[in-house]
Design a protein around this ligand. Structure first.
Ligand code: A4P
Ligand code: MG
Length: 186
């Protein structure tokens, strides 16, 4: 079931962000990343989905990833939001080496409500969102009715093989310390 959120305040837009990594304590780093983003002027983190262990996509001979999604409201420009995301990646020691390769923290802007852009540095909606079960499954936790590429997240979730979805396992909360703000939990 998805979290029900009030509409954004005047002057704010709503964004869905994908977070992933496969180096270090990724679970804790998700909460560090969201705290750093929430501290940025004009950015308010609202909710984080469940956190999942996921098989590597793209380059498959690397460690399993940990993935999650978050929803946030922002009053800065979408390009400034991307700059904030890149700054947070840098602060969490992200080294940009291999495309789709191992990383401590990747932040992708997946979707911004009522907004589209296609420039060299920013493409929203993120063009690969609907192809990735490790993105669709956590997005479903946040808003199963969000429409991406003319289908709801619920419909995209149904489009994946059961065997693929079964590999995407939530990280049990009782295995993990309580991190971030309590109100972020769905
Ligand atoms: N950029 C353009 N649009 C966006 C957007 N909507 N959000 C530009 C974020 N960035 C956007 O990103 C390169 C540039 O993309 C940014 O500087 C920005 O200007 P990057 O993060 O350095 O490159 P990347 O992540 O290596 O490439 P790419 O294609 O973004 O990779 P993905 O799509 O992020 O995939 N398997 C599992 N299970 N879980 C994962 O999280 N992640 C990847 C990386 C591969 N396999 C995975 C996972
Ligand atoms: Mg990326």
């Amino acid at each position: 079931m998805s979290a029900l959120l009030e509409k954004p305040e005047d002057g704010f837009m709503r964004a869905y962000i994908g977070l992933g990594g496969n180096i270090g304590d990724v679970y804790s780093n998700f909460f560090k990343a969201l705290e750093l983003l929430d501290d940025k002027p004009g950015v308010k983190v609202l909710k984080i989905s469940s956190v999942y262990k996921t098989p590597p996509w793209g380059i498959t001979n690397q460690d399993w990833f940990v993935n999650t999604c978050a929803v946030l409201d922002f009053s800065i420009s979408p390009v400034s939001l991307l700059e904030d995301c890149l700054d947070v990646e840098d602060r969490l020691n992200r080294a940009r080496t291999v495309r789709w390769g191992p990383r401590t923290m990747d932040l992708d802007i997946l979707f911004i409500e009522d907004f589209e852009i296609k420039t060299e540095n920013l493409i929203v909606p993120h063009p690969r969102t609907h192809l990735r079960s490790f993105v669709i499954k956590p997005l479903y936790d946040l808003n199963d009715q969000l429409i991406v590429q003319n289908k709801t997240i619920a419909q995209w979730l149904e489009s994946f093989d059961k065997a693929e979805l079964d590999q995407i396992v939530p990280v049990a909360m009782d295995e993990t310390p309580q991190l971030g703000k309590a109100e972020w939990r769905i």
